[in-house]
Ligand binder design. Structure first.
Ligand code: AMP
Length: 456
C-alpha cells in the first residue's frame, strides 16, 4: 500500500532536509531560499532510501527533488562501478528533457566529483559510447537509445542503485512501456525507484506497482490547479485571420517579451515562423523534422533571449524549462486536452506569472469545450477585440452559451471566469490587453527572478 506523505507544505528552509555541505553550498549559490513543496515533501523520504510515487509537473522544482538525494547518495556511498557501469539512471521521454535534467545534475553536483552522461537518439552514438566507457555515476537517457546501447553491450545496468522514471505518463503515451520493462529487468531489484508523473491515471498507478516497493506518495499541484497562476484567454477568430491576429499582437504589445507559440503541425510551425521572421520578429521553430543539433540551437537562442519567439509543435509542450516565458500562444488548439495543460505550463514557472492565449477557429470549438471541462472553467473571452468573431463564438456547435452553468455549477466564478468576460463585453473594459495586470516576469512568493539562469 502507498504511504501518503503527511508533511504539510509549510515551507521550512533547506537546513531541515539533512543535505550535505557541497549541496547546500550550491543551493546558496543558486539563491534557492526555500525548498519547493515537492522538494520539501520528497527529499526527507528519498535521503532515507524510500521509493517514491510523485505527482508533479516540470516547473515545480521536481528535478532537484530527485537530483539532490541522488547526488547525496552517490557522495556518501562512493563506489567504483567499472567500465560501462552506471550507478544511477534517470529515464526521460524526450531528448530535450534528458538534456535539461543532465544540465541540472551538472549544476547541483558541481561541488562533487560526479561523472555523468546524457544519451538520446537522433545523433550518432559514438560520443555517448565514449562517455559511458569508463562508467558513470549519473546517466540520463531516453529509453530507446538506452536499450540500443544496452543491447550492444555498450553499458551495464547491474550496478544501478537508483532509478528515476521521469514524466512516466508521457513515456507511457509514447509507447515506451515495453522498453522500460526491459530496462528495469536489467537493474537489480534492490534499487531505490522514483516515479514522477504529471498526472496519475490508473495505468500509471498500476504501472507503479510493478516498479515501486512500498512507495511514499507525494502530490503537488494536480494539473487543474497548476494552471491557476496562468491568466488564460481565448479569442474566437477565423482560421484565415490567425496570422494577422498574431502579427498584430506581437507587433503592438511589447509585454509579449518571451513568447512560445504552439501549432498542431510541423509544417504549420515553419509557416508561422517564416511569416514572423518576414516582419522582423526574431523567431525560431522547433519540431520533429529538425535535427537534434538544430533543435538544441533554437532552444538555446530562445533561452538566452536572442530570439523573442519560439514556434513549436507539441514536442516542446512537456518538460521544457525555459525561464521567463511571458506568454504561451496556442495558434492551434491541441486535440488532446492534456497537451493544453502541458503547453500553458511552460509559462508561470518557478514562481513567475504568465499569460496563455488561445486562438480558436470554428473547427476547434470541440477541443475548446473539452479543455474547459478539463480545467473546470471556461476561458476568458473578449468580444470587443477587433479580431473577435462573434459568429464563431456563438455558433451552437460549440455550445458556449454565455452564463452557461456547465462548468461552474452556478457557484461563484474565480479569476478569468465567464462572469468577468461578460462584464467586459458589455463595454466596461474596451481594450483587450494580452499583458497581465501585473508586470510580466515579476516573481511572486518572494522567489528570486531566475530568468536566464540556466546555461545550455
Ligand atoms: P523543474 O521543475 O525541476 O524543472 O524546476 C523548475 C525551475 O525551478 C528550474 O529553473 C529550477 O532551477 C528552479 N528551482 C528548483 N528548485 C528551486 C527552489 N527551491 N527555489 C527556486 N528555484 C528553484
Amino acid at each position: 500500500m502507498l504511504a501518503n506523505s503527511s508533511i504539510q507544505s509549510v515551507q521550512t528552509g533547506f537546513e531541515t532536509l539533512n543535505l550535505i555541505n557541497p549541496i547546500r553550498k550550491v543551493l546558496r549559490e543558486e539563491k534557492y531560499a526555500l525548498p519547493t513543496p515537492i522538494q520539501e515533501q520528497a527529499i526527507p523520504h528519498l535521503v532515507k532510501g524510500r521509493d517514491l510515487l510523485g505527482c508533479a509537473q516540470t516547473g515545480t522544482g521536481k528535478t532537484a527533488a530527485f537530483a539532490l538525494p541522488i547526488l547525496q547518495w552517490l557522495e556518501q556511498n562512493q563506489e567504483v562501478v567499472g567500465p560501462k557501469g552506471v550507478r544511477s539512471l534517470i529515464l526521460a521521454p524526450t531528448r530535450e528533457l534528458a538534456v535539461q535534467i543532465g544540465e541540472s545534475f551538472r549544476v547541483y553536483g558541481r561541488h562533487l566529483r560526479i561523472k555523468q552522461a546524457v544519451i538520446y537518439g537522433g545523433v550518432r552514438p559514438a560520443l555517448q559510447i565514449r562517455a559511458l566507457s569508463r562508467g558513470v555515476d549519473v546517466l540520463v537517457a531516453t529509453p530507446g537509445r538506452l536499450l540500443d546501447l544496452l543491447n550492444q553491450r555498450q553499458l551495464r545496468l547491474d550496478k544501478v542503485g537508483v532509478l528515476v522514471l521521469d514524466e512516466a505518463d508521457r513515456m507511457l503515451d509514447m509507447g515506451f512501456l515495453p522498453d522500460i520493462k526491459k530496462i528495469c529487468s536489467a537493474i537489480p531489484s534492490s534499487r531505490q525507484t522514483m516515479l514522477f508523473s504529471a498526472t496519475l491515471p490508473s495505468e500509471i498507478v498500476k504501472l507503479s506497482r510493478n516498479f515501486l516497493s512500498d512507495p511514499v506518495k507525494v502530490t503537488v499541484n494536480p494539473p487543474s490547479s497548476t494552471v491557476d497562476k496562468i491568466e488564460q484567454k481565448v479569442l474566437f477568430v477565423d482560421r484565415e485571420k490567425k496570422s494577422d491576429l498574431l502579427e498584430s499582437i506581437l507587433g503592438e504589445d511589447q509585454s509579449l517579451y518571451r513568447v512560445l507559440i504552439f501549432t498542431r503541425t510541423k509544417h504549420g510551425a515553419d509557416r508561422v515562423a517564416k511569416r514572423l521572421i518576414k516582419i522582423k520578429i526574431s523567431t525560431e521553430a522547433i519540431h520533429g523534422n529538425k535535427s537534434q543539433p538544430a533543435r538544441l540551437k533554437a532552444l538555446d537562442k530562445f533561452r538566452s533571449g536572442r530570439v523573442r519567439v519560439l514556434v513549436a509543435t507539441d514536442i516542446a509542450s512537456r518538460g521544457l524549462d525555459v525561464d521567463g516565458i511571458t506568454h504561451v500562444i496556442n495558434y492551434d488548439l491541441p486535440k488532446e486536452t492534456e497537451s493544453y495543460v502541458h503547453r500553458i505550463g511552460r509559462t508561470a514557472r518557478a514562481g513567475m506569472e504568465g499569460v496563455a492565449l488561445s486562438f480558436c477557429d470554428e473547427g476547434e470549438k470541440t477541443y475548446l469545450r473539452r479543455i474547459e471541462a478539463e480545467i473546470g472553467r471556461p476561458l476568458d473571452v473578449d468580444r470587443e477585440h477587433p479580431f473577435h468573431d462573434e459568429s464563431i463564438a456563438s455558433k451552437k456547435s460549440g455550445a458556449r452559451k454565455p452564463n452557461s452553468k456547465s462548468f461552474s455549477n452556478g457557484k461563484s466564478r474565480g479569476r478569468g471566469s465567464r462572469g468577468r468576460s461578460a462584464a467586459r463585453s458589455e463595454g466596461q473594459n474596451k481594450s483587450f490587453s494580452f499583458s497581465r495586470n501585473r508586470s510580466p516576469g515579476k516573481p511572486v512568493n518572494g522567489k528570486k527572478n531566475i530568468r536566464n539562469k540556466r546555461v545550455s
